[in-house]
Ligand binder design. Structure first.
Ligand SMILES: Nc1ncnc2c1ncn2[C@@H]1O[C@H](COP(=O)(O)OP(=O)(O)OP(=O)(O)O)[C@@H](O)[C@H]1O
Ligand SMILES: [Mg+2]
Length: 322
């Protein structure tokens, strides 16, 4: 697939330390691409360099064949949605959306239908004339998204755009965001430290740690075949048994010795927690290793102190060692 964004050997240091350390990645056209990593790993710094708010110490930023290094932010065909929305408080939702088109010198007659279409697209037709102070968090977020999309950027940068929303709204806006991206076909570079968000939204994910990329792949690839212990642990819970990693949802428990095709170890139940669709059962082995298993809710519940066999299928072992 043709690439939209190409970052090549990007470096950036602040006096304290090197924050972006030799980052290279390619974002295909029309892709929903996420940068996923813990707080402080350099995600926002990369985004700021792409948008033109900061310059790299070295390395190239290319978008659809054009080199962006050194260009002013407004000269780059890129827009950004920030966590804080950054709406103009004295402008209505519609005026916020129109702002970028006006700055480009478009005529009111051209601007009006574009703004109307964007308001419809994000479901804010009824809120067009409200000031940001009179919009809910989700509505502000959608206004910010509409404002960034209306100028038809070649690349939309999103820096943790959902993190100020409450969990229920966050899930709903997440779905809308994905639908909007597919509908418009615009390339998205989405930044998050939330693995569930990255897994559910992305076509491709680059997992970062301490200024470097640990792995690039589809959500399935990085979850099922993590390239490092860091990626395995950052993407989800892992049971480490004698150096072998198994995810809790692939770990089972039984009172009888399991089928010999499975690998097993004896353990004692520590706690059993009902989660609605399953039980989370924490156990410890004789060597003191903690192993968590997920068990369907209709099985006879396991009691703390009970001796059990913890087992898994070798095919479910992660390809990395502890
Ligand atoms: N202008 C600056 N001057 C000095 N240090 C900075 C500057 N901007 C960022 N840093 C440092 O660079 C590191 C990476 O910051 P960055 O904002 O890129 O992280 P992040 O991955 O976006 O984290 P978060 O998930 O918390 O937003 C941090 O240690 C931060 O303190
Ligand atoms: Mg950040």
């Amino acid at each position: 697939m043709e690439n939209a964004l190409a970052l090549t050997a990007l470096n950036k240091s602040f006096p304290s330390h090197k924050v972006v350390d030799g980052i290279s990645l390619n974002v295909p056209k029309g892709c929903f691409y996420s940068l996923l990593g813990p707080s402080g790993c350099g995600k926002t710094t990369i985004l700021r360099m792409i948008a033109g708010f900061a310059e790299p110490d070295s390395g190239d930023i290319n978008l659809n064949g054009k080199r962006l290094n050194g260009l002013r932010p407004y000269e780059r065909p890129v827009t950004t949605v920030f966590q804080s929305y950054a709406l103009f408080p004295h402008l209505t939702a519609a005026q916020n959306i129109a702002f970028g088109l006006e700055r480009r010198g478009e005529k009111p007659a051209e601007i009006a239908p574009k703004v109307k279409r964007m308001l419809e697209l994000v479901g804010l037709e009824q809120r067009a004339d409200r000031l940001p102070a009179n919009l809910s968090g989700g509505e502000k977020q959608r206004t910010a998204l509409a404002r960034a999309l209306v100028v038809e950027p070649e690349l939309l940068l999103l820096d943790e755009p959902l993190s100020a929303l409450d969990p229920a709204l966050r899930k709903r806006v997440r779905l809308e965001l994905k639908q909007l991206q597919k509908q418009l076909g615009i390339t998205f570079l989405f930044i998050t430290h939330d693995q569930e968000e990255a897994l559910s939204l992305s076509d491709q994910i680059a997992v970062m740690n301490k200024g470097k990329i640990e792995q690039i792949g589809t959500p399935q690839e990085i979850y099922l075949a993590p390239a490092s212990r860091f990626v395995a642990g950052f993407l989800g819970a892992v049971n480490w048994v004698d150096g072998i990693g198994i995810r809790p949802e692939s770990t089972r428990i039984s009172r009888q010795k399991p089928d010999p095709t499975a690998k097993s170890i004896t353990a004692k139940v520590v706690t059993s927690t009902f989660l609605g669709d399953c039980f989370h059962i924490e156990t410890t082995t004789e060597k003191g290793a903690a192993i968590t298993a997920q068990v369907p809710f209709n099985e006879e519940p396991f009691a703390p102190g009970e001796s059990v066999h913890v087992y898994w299928h070798p095919a479910d072992e992660l390809p990395v060692r502890e």
